[in-house]
Design a protein around this ligand. Structure first.
Ligand code: NI
Length: 214
């Protein structure tokens, strides 16, 4: 029963991701200067107002704030360690892109931020991040701190009560699934440079990121 529910949930999340991804794509398309024709949908989606102040704790217990990321590049993904499919897939994709970028990857800090601080403690994050990339930073915090960072990054996440027959701590979390490529804006502030959807491949990410690095 659990397996079937999880599959249904995964399919639903994928559908939500595609709809929201399509919406961002539409906004980006609408924002194109007149006269410019689009050969194919672009993966780079500039969305104003994404990002902002946060204070979180990494998997080693170190406090990390948005200020620590000023002047640096980062790839940020929001999810939860109990996620059966989408989070691991997206984190693997992030790792693939970093591996393919070669030495350029050293300029980028990969970050996983939990939307489930209740279960994703510092200890849980510490073991989870090692599954994906040696430099992956896992950030967690209090309910308030996570609510703040979710708001800043326009992340939607909501706990789904466990279905009958499942333990109280076996809940899932519906959440948006985007990979944020952040970097210094013209004032050196940590800003959104590109946003990738679940349907954007690692290759698409690499091609978009490369020209943005300096
Ligand atoms: Ni997930």
């Amino acid at each position: 029963m659990m397996f079937k529910n999880r599959l249904a949930r995964t399919a639903l999340l994928a559908a939500i991701g595609i709809i929201i991804g399509g919406l961002f794509g539409y906004i980006q398309y609408r924002n194109q200067p007149a006269g410019e024709t689009q050969q194919q949908p672009k993966p780079i989606l500039n969305v104003a107002g994404v990002g902002g102040p946060f204070t979180l704790t990494d998997q080693t217990g170190q406090v990390v704030t948005d200020k620590d990321l000023d002047g640096k590049y980062s790839l940020i993904y929001f999810g939860f360690t109990f996620c059966p499919a989408i989070c691991p897939t997206e984190l693997q994709k992030m790792t693939m892109a970093l591996n393919e970028l070669g030495p350029d990857a050293d300029k980028i800090q990969p970050i996983f931020i939990t939307v489930d601080p209740e279960r994703d403690t510092q200890k849980v994050m510490a073991s989870y991040v090692t599954l994906f990339h040696p430099r992956l930073m896992g950030l967690t915090g209090s309910e308030d701190q996570i609510a703040q960072v979710k708001k800043s990054y326009k992340v939607y996440a909501a706990k789904v009560p466990p279905t009958e027959g499942n333990a109280a701590d076996e809940y899932l979390v519906d959440h948006t699934s985007f990979i944020y490529f952040m970097g210094p804006d013209k004032n050196g502030k940590h800003a959104l440079l590109a946003l990738f959807r679940t349907e954007d491949s690692a290759q698409v990410m690499i091609e978009a990121i490369k020209p943005l690095l300096n």
